[in-house]
Ligand binder design. Sequence first.
Ligand code: ZN
Length: 365
Amino acid sequence: MAKNRQFTIGWICPLPLEKEAARLVLDEEYPQEEVQYQNAYYLGGRIGKHQVVIGVQRRIGLSQAAILAEKMRAGFPNIRYFLLVGIAGGVPRYGPAGATSEIVLGDVVVSSPRGNHGGVLQYDKGAWEGEGRLNFRGHTNGVPGDLMAAVNNFRAEGSSQTNITEVLEQMRLRLDNDRQHQYDDPGPGRDRLFKDIYEHQGTELDDCRVCCDADYVESRADRGSGATRQVDKPSVHFGNIASSNQLQISAIERNRVQQEHDVICFEMEAAGVMDEYPCVVVRGICDYADSHKNKGWQNYAAATAAAYAKGLLAMIPTVDATCSAQSAEQSSSQHSANITNMTFGNNTGGIQARDFHGNVQFGRC
Ligand SMILES: [Zn+2]
């Protein structure tokens, strides 16, 4: 347990493939037998100046994420912050008419406040009222002020400073010959956004190249300059992440939730962690949250998310493990206090990002 106290950053991976990508961004990996709790092994190591412990969920879903976070906090009591890093489905575009942003496969989404939400919302949580209408009650806590400050500082440095390209190169250097191309950018030719009305024609195992009509594809070129990316230069987007226990594989439902809640990404874990722990969510986009969902981009999206998260960690000052647990309690109560005074939901004024920028200091005792 003594060694477990050195870790101050908890990194949650919903899927094993995300853990493998995370392993590649460690600057130093510790022996497995030194990083365990209750007969379960975790991946421990150093990223820059941070001591990071990485856990992978037994199964996907909100409750499994919450269970893993709870276990990690018990087993590694000095964890001050969590990063939830993995893959997700993205909306193809967002923003006001005339100034929309395009999300393409391989891009990265970071949980950030937008409109009425604090960065993550559970859109399938609420009360059934009236004529089969779910009255939304799924607000979660926002990204805590100190983590949000790091996100904003990193964002302010601009895309050239995210270092995703360089980190991806470093990750590949660590691969053996058999896996040399595991994290290659699949490229624009394999980025197929189908028109909303056109559903996947085969089984979930069938590749769209075989069963779906290419005439319904909007290529990156069709989508304009906003969808152009050079190899290994994904864009990073900041906004609300929709979290639920249901897999989102319908373009129509995706569009409805996006319109109603101003979200840019869909996944199944963040809401399980955000309500209880200071956490920022980083997601690589591997599909468009529609029926054409497939695995072709999962490894690359896991890699871009891990690469971004490594850069983000560099913006977070070192946490002192000797006083981290106490600070986490303070941070958590500060976090709750911040949220308590906010009005979510049907208010028309909206909550702006500045509301979430608290004055919490890093590493205080
Ligand atoms: Zn398809």
